[in-house]
Design a protein around this ligand. Structure first.
Ligand SMILES: [Ca+2]
Ligand SMILES: [Ca+2]
Ligand SMILES: [Ca+2]
Ligand SMILES: [Ca+2]
Ligand SMILES: [Zn+2]
Length: 503
């Protein structure tokens, strides 16, 4: 069993402390009294007066009663206690997260609430500016989903316990993206004690296809049937975590931002739609983009499109989707199978957004455009590897393609024998030359090493890069990350397809 103390997420504890949860100001005396903590005893007449019940939850195995810690009636920052009472009659367990507060702590503020609010807003603005600086790419317009501070909430007098006990004002600043930042301002001196992003990590629940029904069910006979939710598809749905939500109701998070006019919302972050409801595509896009960014971060890339990527699902009726670098937005069409129902389409488009973030204006020439298409297909396939149960791995968009291909349904493939001799001048066709080389790098170096090399190389691409230049960048990244032997193997892969050209 994991340490129960960690079960209290930052967001939940913040909600507790900020009084965002329905609080019942009932003394905790209804159940056996937890012992007072340290010197708070002096202020805790009757032993439990330093606790205020917040709520009780009933689970499958028991009930869970949460308390917030008080000191002379003031909330103690991050101080909590929870009692778990099992259904099976076994003894209750208590997790005591109270912070020691010295008995003599002065609770009269020298700083006014107004001054604390001003300090809180300034601290939040500094944090937002730092985030903006990390977003890097020159000439980028600020993102609507970014954390620019907007409204300063009330200042609430509170107590910090532990090693450096003091009286503080808690100031919560709402940001444009819907998140909030908490600043603790010393109520005696006016100095800023701590700045914390509160709502950075809501975790929601969503229903998606992962990566798509054809791969999940290994069934080439599935078709769109006019966006119907029919029984054969039941086994393709998965209930998944929607990570990194920052908005309290919408599908807006650290890495993806739903811009739909008919954006779905849920106060409990539950987004459980089937495919015949428009919310399904919004959830799928949010999930696909967020999982892609989290994967990039897990293999070391903390600054490749590390921002809330704007998207619009079901944006138009064509059977097409695109990334628009002017607005930094991905738009998904509804022709045939709704494009955003297939995570491999989401990942393909996200590939364009990642490349444009790494190399602003990327794709300025036909060859660069083909590299963009090839990378999008490659990204879709490599992200599907752990999810598709090995089913026809090099097949891109198995589900979306049921509307316009014969079986096996693939929009394109990453394992063709194409070389530069097969060029047609059409970026998607020629993208298969590039994706075939990348896929071979994947098979040769292993998935994670290949993904690291390929994504790393893209930081060096020119917007109008050629096959030969980009191939040199990949070889260079392989040398830097994996050494000369790996670089030589990668060079042979590109040379074989005529992609290394004549330097
Ligand atoms: Ca749909
Ligand atoms: Ca972007
Ligand atoms: Ca489609
Ligand atoms: Ca696939
Ligand atoms: Zn594309």
């Amino acid at each position: 069993m994991p340490a129960p103390k960690r079960a209290l997420t930052a967001a939940a504890s913040a909600a507790l402390l900020l009084g965002l949860l329905p609080a019942t100001a009932v003394a905790a005396a209804s159940s056996p009294a937890p012992a007072p903590v340290g010197s708070t005893a002096g202020a805790a007449a009757g032993g439990t007066a330093d606790l205020q019940r917040v709520r009780t939850r009933v689970s499958l195995t028991g009930t869970h009663t949460w308390y917030r810690q008080l000191y002379r009636g003031l909330p103690v920052v991050d101080g909590f206690l929870v009692r778990h009472t099992p259904r099976n009659g076994k003894a209750a367990t208590v997790v005591d997260g109270r912070r020691p507060v010295p008995a003599g702590l002065d609770v009269r503020p020298a700083v006014t609430a107004g001054r604390a609010r001003t300090a809180g807003l300034a601290a939040a603005a500094r944090l937002a500016a730092q985030d903006g600086a990390q977003r890097g790419a020159p000439g980028k317009r600020p993102l609507p989903g970014g954390p620019a501070p907007r409204v300063s909430g009330d200042a609430r007098l509170s107590v910090v316990g532990g090693a450096h006990p003091r009286l503080v004002w808690q100031v919560v600043t709402r940001t444009a993206g819907g998140g909030s930042i908490r600043t603790l301002v010393d109520a005696r001196t006016g100095s800023t004690v701590a700045v914390t992003r509160l709502s950075d990590g809501f975790r929601g629940t969503g229903r998606v296809f992962d990566p798509n029904p054809v791969a999940a069910l290994r069934d080439q006979r599935l078709t769109d049937r006019g966006n119907k939710d029919y029984p054969r598809l039941a086994g393709a749905y998965r209930t998944v975590a929607l990570d990194d939500l920052t908005d309290r109701r919408l599908l807006i998070g650290r890495w993806a931002q739903d811009t739909n006019d008919d954006a779905v919302s849920s106060a409990r972050h539950r987004f459980l739609f089937h495919r015949d409801r428009p919310g399904f595509e919004q959830v799928s896009a949010y999930y696909g983009i967020t999982t892609a960014q989290r994967y990039l971060r897990s293999i070391g890339f903390t600054d490749a499109n590390a921002e809330p990527q704007r998207f619009a699902a079901d944006a138009f009726a064509d059977d097409n989707s695109y990334y628009d670098p002017e607005t930094d937005t991905i738009s998904f069409g509804t022709g045939g199978v709704d494009d955003a129902e297939d995570l491999e389409v989401v990942w393909h488009e996200y590939g364009h957004a990642v490349q444009d973030d790494q190399s602003p204006g990327f794709g300025a020439t036909e060859e660069a455009g083909a590299i963009g298409e090839g990378f999008g297909d490659y990204l879709a396939v490599t992200l599907s590897v752990p999810r598709g149960k090995g089913y026809d791995r090099p097949c891109v968009a198995d589900w979306d393609a049921t509307s316009y291909t014969d079986a096996p349904h693939c929009l394109r493939r990453t394992d063709t024998a194409k070389t530069v001799a097969d060029r047609t001048g059409e970026v998607h066709d020629d993208g298969e030359i590039w994706s075939a080389a990348l896929w071979e790098v994947n098979r040769t170096l292993g998935r994670v090493q290949a993904d690291r090399v390929i994504v790393e190389s893209q930081f060096y691409y020119r917007p109008d890069t050629t096959f030969a230049q980009a191939a040199q960048n990949v070889v260079g990244a392989a040398r830097a990350l994996n050494g000369k032997a790996a670089a030589d193997r990668v060079a042979r892969i590109f040379a074989k397809r005529g992609l290394l050209g004549k330097a």
